[in-house]
Design a protein around this ligand. Structure first.
Ligand code: MG
Ligand code: FE
Length: 170
């Protein structure tokens, strides 16, 4: 028995759906903990909304391709270890490590959708291709924002860390 390109695309769409569930958990955990970095927190909250929209787009792709949602739900948590490492971080420099890990995660998403776009193209699923092209724009924007703001997050953390009695880490 061979695995067809359509089977592989179905698997990768399920993986992407699990990845977006993990993204939502991770971003929500970060937003709940952040207190002293309002710009970072606001951008994360915006991306939580975008992530929910991405889940809906992937749901539509899976439904259109005849993949049931119950199968999708069973596969959540595939990237659990990664998400826990990010969302559950309690190091003294949590905000800096969290912003770095967020950037890494966005790039994992960019790579996933780049591959999905190529796979959708290969099987001629133009609707899935269009959905992934729509999603990847948001992932690239989030990655770019995090990288651009990492210096100021780092400097704000360093300044707060030097003040006695001030919490710097989140
Ligand atoms: Mg995403
Ligand atoms: Fe993302």
């Amino acid at each position: 028995m061979t695995t067809t390109a359509n089977d592989n695309l179905n698997d990768w769409l399920r993986d992407a759906h699990a990845m977006e569930q993990q993204a939502e958990k991770m971003l929500t955990a970060q937003a709940e903990r952040l207190e002293h970095y309002p710009a970072l927190r606001a951008r994360i909250v915006q991306h939580i909304e975008e992530t929910r929209g991405q889940q809906r787009l992937l749901d539509e792709c899976l439904t259109r391709r005849g993949i049931s949602n119950s199968i999708v739900k069973d596969l959540g948590g595939k990237l659990m270890a990664f998400g826990q490492a990010v969302g559950g971080m309690t190091t003294s420099d949590e905000v800096v490590k969290g912003a770095m890990a967020g950037y890494v995660f966005e790039n994992l998403e960019i790579a996933s959708y780049t591959s999905l776009i190529a796979a959708a193209q290969a099987v001629g699923d133009t609707a899935t291709q269009a959905a992934c092209e729509q999603i990847i724009v948001q992932e690239k924007a989030m990655a770019a924002w995090l990288l651009e703001h990492l210096p100021e997050v780092t400097q704000a953390f360093l300044a707060r860390a030097e003040q006695p009695g001030v919490t710097a880490k989140v």
